[in-house]
Design a protein around this ligand. Structure first.
Ligand code: PLP
Length: 397
């Protein structure tokens, strides 16, 4: 069938292809150590599951309002205000079937064809896909190695600005690097957005996945609340990836448009899951605390082993559940220059499955180091130790 031309601009999340390959490898009787997907193998806290059951039994099974049920919109506004110092009300919240839809809806609402959008690269691949699909120009900025972690390359961000730049996509507590901007860096980004009148998508998918200290939202700086849309998700904090629930929070006029897009796309988000999400926000918080404890132990185990592998070096990010080790020397030792060849070689010789830099956007000019991304959200500590132990043997061979 002849597919519409616009589809040629629609990208994909190539990490899902890595999953398919890992599944095939496992189906052939091999053990796979799954570090590739940002999915979680931790159960959703029981109080949330129970609340969903009860909501179903209570008949919350019909359509919900397109912007979300009022009790969830109110609970989300209160929760986000508490952690970010914003002043949202229910009118500033449009509930979504996941955090991901916020990316495309933000772009549809605020970007005209031909507008330029600054986006992180390496970064979540859906940004590039959605910008180009809706006829914008995707302009990358990057993260570079710093003393203790990757840091935003603010110089590149500033230099990428042109008279056509309208939007900035910003993902602090960043996928894939785990980078976290300091308050001073955030202040500089906020000033940059205000001075150039940029509207900003604050992708805060990992805002609550941190192992010490407190997250700071770009939306909390002067002049930002009125130009930011926050991407909120229940996926990570509450281990609810498959439930599909998130929200956009921002200026009421933008939220009204996003809610109108909801009406056109999916009508509404799942009704009883929204009720369960109120329990997630207002109920017992021991579940999310436990999730963080498990993730922290996995992080510590993985970082320690990775740094003992010849030719590999890895930071210990304080947030997200990703590691982005430098594997340049290991690839050189193996005589491999191609990322895909390296990834497949490791998978077939050790069963360790991961994504590489290329799954997070096209490589930028001047990039001379090689990185892979390991997610530790979907693999138990025991398998982390076994899998990375095999990677160590592979590196030594
Ligand atoms: N933003 C970032 C940076 C992500 O990594 C993800 C998921 O991995 C999302 C948004 C969307 O997550 P979800 O649609 O599950 O809420």
């Amino acid at each position: 069938m002849k597919i519409a031309e616009r589809i040629s601009n629609l990208g994909t999340e190539t990490a899902f292809a890595v999953s398919g390959e890992a599944r095939t490898f496992a189906a052939a009787g091999n053990t796979v150590y799954p570090f590739h997907l940002g999915d979680m193998n931790i159960r959703t806290p029981e109080n949330i599951i129970r609340a969903a059951h009860e909501a179903m039994l209570a008949g919350r099974t019909g359509y919900a309002p397109n912007a979300g049920v009022p009790e969830l919109r109110e609970a989300l506004a209160a929760d986000v205000n508490k952690a970010r110092g914003t002043s949202y009300t229910a009118a500033n919240v449009a509930v979504q079937p996941g955090g991901k839809p916020v990316v495309g809806k933000f772009i549809q609402t605020l970007m005209n064809p031909g507008d330029e959008v600054l986006y992180p690269n390496p970064g979540y691949p859906i940004y590039e896909s959605q910008i180009e699909y809706y006829g914008g120009k995707a302009v990358p900025y990057g993260y570079v190695p710093g003393k203790e972690n990757f840091r935003l390359n603010f110089d590149v961000l500033e230099k990428a600005l042109t008279s056509k730049t309208r939007l900035l996509i910003f993902n602090d507590l960043q996928n894939p690097t785990g980078a976290e901007s300091s308050r001073e860096e955030l202040e500089a980004v906020a000033r940059f957005a205000v001075n150039h009148d940029l509207k900003v998508l604050c992708d805060e998918a990992y805002f609550d996945i941190r192992y010490g200290g407190e997250s700071v939202s770009l939306s909390s700086f002067p002049g930002m609340e009125e130009r930011c849309v926050i991407l909120y998700t229940f996926s990570k904090k509450f281990a609810m990836t498959g439930w599909r629930l998130g929200a956009a929070l921002g200026p009421a006029d933008v939220i009204d448009v996003i809610a109108r897009i909801n009406l056109n796309d999916e009508s509404c988000s799942n009704h009883f899951i929204q009720i369960a999400a109120v329990e997630a926000l207002k109920g017992d918080q021991s579940g999310p605390r436990k999730i963080l404890e498990v993730l922290k132990e996995r992080r510590d185990a993985a970082v320690e082993i990775l740094n003992s592998i010849p030719g590999v070096s890895c930071y210990r990010p304080n947030a997200t559940f990703y590691l982005y080790p430098d594997v340049t020397e290991l690839m050189q030792k193996k005589g491999l220059t191609d990322y895909e060849a390296f990834r497949k070689d490791v998978l077939h010789k050790t069963g360790v499955s991961f994504c590489t830099r290329l799954h997070f956007g096209r490589a930028l000019p001047g990039e001379d180091r090689n990185y892979v991304r390991l997610a530790y959200s979907g693999i138990d500590e025991e398998l982390i130790r076994k899998g990375l132990g095999l990677l160590k043997e592979y590196a030594r061979a």
